[in-house]
Design a protein around this ligand. Structure first.
Ligand code: HEC
Length: 130
C-alpha cells in the first residue's frame, strides 16, 4: 500500500528495500544471540592433560607438541582450540575431506576432540616476527 498523499507535501518515494526491512530488529538480534549461545554450548570443554595422553597417535605427523617437522603436516601448536575442534569435527562429519585425517578422527568422540584441541592449543607455536 502506498502512503497517503497529503496535499502540499511531496509523497515519500518508495525505496528499494522498504519491504525487506525487519519490523522488529531487536527480535532478529535476540534470535541471533540465542542461536549463537546454543552453538557455543554444543562443544564440550577440553582438558589439555587428557588431550596430551591421546595425542601420541598424532605425534608421528604433527609432532609431539604439535610443531610438525615438515610442511606436509599442519602445525597445531598454539592454534585456537575452537579452530582445531572444528577441524576435527568437520573431518569426522566428512565436511572437510582428507583421507588421512578421516582415519584418525573416526574413533574420537566430541570430548576427546575437545581434549586434543585444548592440548595442542596450549602448546607454544610459531612466534610472529615483523
Ligand atoms: C599420518 C599422518 C597424520 C596423523 C597421524 C594425524 N594427522 Fe592430522 N593432519 C594430517 C594431514 C596430512 C593434515 C592436512 C589435511 C588437510 O589438508 O585437510 C592434517 C590436518 C589436521 C588438522 C587440521 C589443521 C589445520 O590447520 O586446519 C588437525 C586439527 C589435525 N590434523 C589434528 C590431528 C589429531 C588431533 C591427530 C591425532 C588424533 C592427527 N591429526 C593425526 C596428517 C596426520
Amino acid at each position: 500500500m502506498s502512503p497517503p498523499i497529503i496535499p502540499g507535501q511531496r509523497p515519500r518515494l518508495k525505496r528499494k528495500n522498504d519491504k525487506k526491512k525487519m519490523k522488529n530488529p531487536s527480535l532478529a538480534f535476540f534470535l541471533t544471540l540465542a542461536a549463537a549461545s546454543l552453538a557455543a554450548s554444543a562443544a564440550p570443554t577440553g582438558n589439555a592433560e587428557a588431550g596430551k595422553t591421546k595425542s601420541t597417535t598424532c605425534a608421528a605427523c604433527h609432532g609431539e607438541d604439535g610443531n610438525s617437522k615438515t610442511g606436509d603436516f599442519p602445525r597445531l601448536a598454539g592454534q585456537h582450540a575452537d579452530y582445531l575442534y572444528n577441524a576435527l569435527t568437520h573431518y569426522r562429519a566428512g565436511k572437510r575431506k582428507n583421507p588421512i585425517m578421516a582415519v584418525f578422527v573416526r574413533d574420537l568422540n566430541p570430548q576427546e576432540m575437545a581434549d586434543l584441541a585444548a592440548y595442542f592449543s596450549s602448546q607454544k607455536g610459531l612466534e610472529i616476527k615483523y
